[in-house]
Design a protein. Structure first.
Length: 512
């Protein structure tokens, strides 16, 4: 059956397949009766299936109305039995539509036991999902025949609706703590055996790893900065460290650059050749030799790049699952969050859409049990402030910050004072060629600052100690609140050997 609704010039065609010729919609009427009968007999039965079933899951309209009455009674804390359900149906004006008194009383006759209630409820839920998929495919089929509709909009709408259907069936039961304790203990043992003592994936940046203990499984990490701070250069340097140095498989979704542009920047990073020479191909003979030699590091590196423009949350979920399954990806990087879209869904504001995106990324990190690192833009609040401290980013500078700050397990900022013409700190320390990585939020650990060397001509970040001829020792400092969100950090012993520098920047004596 095809129904059309016209609004002005636009036409919205909705197609619902009630039944294919010779086929019956997926249903289990006898099981629906058994579920309702069990609910009428057992006073606490509803709590066992409340997360599995909703009224619309029932194929028979009478059953839907009866279950709706049961839900109403349970939510209001009133007892559920045959008499109270009938009274609720009368109150709703649905008693006759629900099959009258005789039909409702007969529901309990064939229920021998309520022991299999949950199993029966899941069968009803599965039949409902099957009908939803049939309805969804019919809807998309009907719209596909309408040549007035834009095919890209239709695909976005299809992704959104299918995503909604898939989300309905994602349930995770509570488990006894012993299993989790064993898993946590195994993780502690594994970290103890590592030379560097990290429990997560190393970024290759020593100071940052000391604060984070490596990127942790199921964490959503936001790395934010103003334009031209080097966000892409930072994650490319990190991806190279992970994949080349530590053989950790990494997936990089680039919404801003093409695969070739991304790999060219990676070549510049690894081969230490200027971007202009890579673009023009005008290399000296020794530079060709250097290129050929260094490129061997990148060949067969477990780095997987995807440059799908305007990537949707639904597409990312599908691609990420496949990458983890087929290539055992251990970390996903997204460049960058504000260029994603929420699967064609309609929102009242961009902030609401970003909220859905960040929430979905956190959910995906938990589902795949890997860290997801997403780059994010900062608003212009930084530009309005002056001075060395004024230019340092803050959590409030995050664009559409509310949801991102809330969903992220960790928020890091990239700050290069040199970009703003600040070449010395308040103590006369040279800041040329340095970048400050600010761990502003860390849900499960310390916050702090890390200084890295930034090689602008090679678009590369590296540890200060790795910089040839650089004698400056900008060590990391960190603060922590035991077991908290670091809202009121207390001083921790600084990391590193440069006590004089740390003393100056803490504006006081060392805490030990």
């Amino acid at each position: 059956m095809v129904t059309e609704k016209k609004t002005g010039r636009k036409r919205n065609v909705e197609t619902v397949i009630l039944s294919d010729p010779g086929k019956v919609q997926p249903q289990a009427l006898e099981i629906e009766k058994a579920v309702l009968g069990a609910l009428l007999l057992e006073k606490d039965a509803y709590s066992n299936i409340s997360e599995i079933l909703r009224p619309e899951c029932f194929y028979d309209k009478r059953h839907e109305l009866i279950f709706e009455a049961i839900v109403g009674l349970s939510v209001s804390g009133r007892p559920v039995d045959m008499l109270t359900v009938m009274e609720q149906l009368k109150k709703n004006g649905n008693l006759q539509a629900a099959g009258d008194l005789l039909y409702i009383s007969e529901l309990t006759n064939n229920v021998a036991s309520t022991a299999h209630l949950e199993f029966h409820a899941r069968i009803v839920a599965q039949k409902f999902l099957a009908r939803e998929l049939i309805r969804f495919s019919g809807l998309i089929q009907g719209k596909a025949f309408d040549e007035t509709l834009d095919i890209e909009d239709l695909m976005q709408d299809a992704e959104a609706r299918l995503f909604e259907i898939s989300q309905r069936n994602i349930k995770k039961d509570a488990i006894q703590i012993n299993t989790v304790i064993n898993e946590a203990y195994a993780g502690i043992n594994a970290a103890a055996k590592r030379k560097e003592g990290l429990s997560g994936i190393s970024s290759g940046f020593t100071g940052l790893d000391r604060i984070t203990s490596g990127w942790q499984k199921s964490d959503l990490i936001i790395i934010a900065a103003r334009p031209a701070m080097g966000k892409t250069a930072f994650v490319l340097s990190m991806a190279k460290n992970m994949a080349v140095n530590f053989k950790t498989p990494v997936a990089l979704f680039s919404l801003e650059m093409s695969n070739v542009q991304l790999v060219n920047r990676l070549i510049i990073n690894v081969c230490e050749l200027s971007g202009d020479k890579i673009k023009s191909g005008r290399l000296e003979p020794y530079e060709w030799t250097q290129l050929d030699h260094k490129l061997n590091e990148l060949y067969d590196a477990p780095i997987y790049v995807d440059d799908t423009p305007s990537l949707s949350v639904f597409e990312l979920r599908t691609k990420a699952r496949r990458l983890v399954r087929e290539h055992d990806i251990k970390c996903i990087i997204i460049d960058y969050l504000q260029l994603m879209n929420a699967s064609g869904m309609t929102y009242g504001s961009r902030e609401q859409e970003v909220s859905m995106i960040s929430r979905s990324l956190k959910g995906l990190a938990k589902e795949l049990n890997i860290p997801i690192i997403a780059l994010s833009q900062l608003n212009r609040g930084v530009e309005a402030r002056s001075g060395l401290e004024g230019k340092r980013p803050q959590l409030s500078d995050l664009r559409e910050s509310g949801a991102i700050e809330q969903d992220a397990d960790m928020v890091c900022f990239i700050h290069r004072p040199e970009y703003y013409g600040i070449r010395e700190d308040s103590n006369g320390r040279d800041l040329t060629g340095l970048a400050e990585i600010i761990v502003a939020k860390h849900r499960n650990g310390a916050t702090g600052d890390v200084w890295l060397a930034f090689k602008n001509n090679f678009v590369r970040f590296e540890n200060c100690s790795d910089s040839n001829g650089d004698s400056r020792d900008f060590t990391s400092k960190m603060t922590a609140t035991p077991g908290g969100d670091n809202t009121s950090p207390s001083a921790m012993p600084p990391i590193g050997n440069n006590e004089d520098f740390i003393r100056q920047h803490n504006d006081g004596p060392l805490p030990f």
